[in-house]
Write a new protein. Structure first.
Length: 265
């Protein structure tokens, strides 16, 4: 499946939403809600009449949520606001070929005020993106114009990074850390995507702007970030083409924390 984010973003305004209109997303959610109702062990306590009532209510809610269908996706992203007196930490565990632990690294991030965690029904499939517009050429990891990482490092190792695009995935028990203090500027939706725009106050080279695109239906996040202005980050994000691969991601729970900030290399 391929999609251009600009096409999705163009459909996210209220005037383009028709409540009750049939589409594939609505039907998929309808089936999922009804399946959950039927599989709920508590349903035996209800009469058939009550079940029919619940089903009707669910159908109405599905119709109303057509424009925000991500609310019932297979994956959920949580934004965790961290108090000043709390140090975020996780572990990187190294094992030998027999599975015995050889080293445990306690990864600590005392200067963050924002992390992201995920709720997952299953592991997501891998995706790739193709940049449709970038402010300057970059380099990336991928093939045939499709990437999972792409961007520009800037003129020197001490300069601010102009922009980087990278894919992250929803994993159970895993948290992504936005190092340094961050401020969320806007939360919205572009089609099926939950969009978070934030500024990160990097003490090394100054403020970085980020656009985070999260797919609750497929469980991936595309991070577009760097020192260029927010309007540029939005334009990069809206002109990405995305395709889903058949392969599911691999997840090693021994590595349960990672960094979301842009970096070189």
């Amino acid at each position: 499946m391929k999609m251009v984010l600009a096409d999705l973003a163009g459909k996210c305004f209220d005037e383009n939403i028709e409540l009750g209109e049939y589409d594939e997303m609505t039907e998929r959610i309808r089936r999922r809600v009804l399946a959950r109702i039927m599989n709920d062990g508590r349903r035996k306590r209800y009469t058939a009449r009550r079940i029919r009532g619940i089903t009707l209510i669910a159908a109405v809610l599905i119709s109303l949520l057509t424009g925000t269908a991500y609310a019932l996706g297979l994956f959920r992203m949580n934004k965790n606001h961290i108090p000043e007196d709390v140090t975020v930490h996780g572990e990187w565990i190294e094992r030998d070929e027999d599975g015995n632990i050889t080293e445990i690294q306690d990864m600590r991030y005392p200067d963050t005020n924002l992390t992201f965690t995920f709720e997952c029904d299953e592991l997501p499939h891998k995706v790739q993106f193709k940049p449709g517009w970038v402010p300057m050429d970059g380099f990336g990891f991928g093939e045939d114009g499709w990437y999972h990482y792409y961007g520009n490092d800037g003129d020197s190792s001490e300069a601010q990074i102009p922009y980087k695009i990278e894919i992250f995935y929803a994993k159970p028990g895993f948290q992504l850390v936005m190092m340094y203090e961050s401020e969320i500027l806007e939360e919205s939706s572009w089609g099926e995507y939950e969009v978070t725009e934030l500024v990160n106050h990097n003490p090394v080279w100054g403020d970085d702007n980020y656009v985070l695109l999260f797919s609750p239906d497929q469980g991936y996040m595309i991070r577009v970030g760097g020192g260029l202005d927010m309007e540029t980050m939005e334009k990069i994000a809206k002109n990405l083409e995305v395709r889903t691969l058949d392969e599911q991601i691999q997840y090693d729970p021994d590595y349960n924390i990672g960094v979301l900030n842009v970096g070189r290399g």
